[in-house]
Design a protein around this ligand. Sequence first.
Ligand code: TPP
Ligand code: SF4
Length: 281
Amino acid sequence: MNQMVDISATTPRNPADYRSKVQPIWCPGCGDYSVLMEITKAMAALELSPEQVAIVSGIGCSSRIPAYSNCYGFHGIHGRALPLATGLKVARPELTVICTGGDGDGFSIGGNHFLHACRRNVDITYIVMDNQVYGMTKGQASPTTEPNWDSVLTPGGTGIRPFQPLVIALASGANFVARAFAGDPEGTTQIIIAGIKHPGFSFIQVLSPCVTFRPEQREWRNQVRPAPVPTTADPSVAAKRIMTDDGFNLGILYQGDRPAYKSGLIASSMQADELSQEFLV
Ligand SMILES: Cc1ncc(C[n+]2csc(CCOP(=O)(O)OP(=O)(O)O)c2C)c(N)n1
Ligand code: SF4
């Protein structure tokens, strides 16, 4: 893992400095509360000021995060968080852009955007709160749902092979691929810090239990473990490891050195009226 940042040390900023006055309406015990805290802790440890950060999301329980932060925020449309975040980062490269959402948002309707965001390697950090279900719409199977998950909506299970987000991110060109667990505040905060600091597209899958529609995910606490191998920069080694793991190894599993996409535009210096003139011609 990257050099660790001492998140217990007093910094000029406090995680609470990044919270808005909007109170989360997640179910008690939802993993997303922890992820919100871990994101704010990472921003405090990096001493970013709220106006230096934009948090962009799609739609879903997990996609509510921008509303709970006082950074710039964009609560977009379902599955379209990554194109929004990509456009924003290209237009305003000085901003730290964090994209957040769920497995349905990011891998189902947004799956195509996921591939191309990895491929483009724009310097954004994508945090997916993976609960292997559509929480907001009341418990449909998602791309990461295991095939034998028996539920009212999928009696007997889906029988469909789950989407493998980490290996797909790696194969598509993501520069940083990690897995975290919402109930591991220190580890998740460190991974988010490392993802923000690493240039290019950083993908972080955070296992974040949906206690309402997947109460059995409370057991994840006993299943997760730090990955028994160090971070690798070799994509073939990373691919082999990720393909063969059981989905519970935590840590930065791949950290590459592809240069981040650099736009030729310096759009941030362009005034809004100049920009609108361009659309008129
Ligand atoms: C275009 C479109 N299709 C479908 C929906 C309905 N919808 C809203 S959230 C959601 C899935 C949310 O699941 P996920 O992204 O996994 O997030 P979670 O709620 O589990 O955090 C769906 C299908 C929508 N809002 N817009
Ligand atoms: S339905 Fe699930 S994902 Fe949504 S707030 Fe409740 S516990 Fe969290």
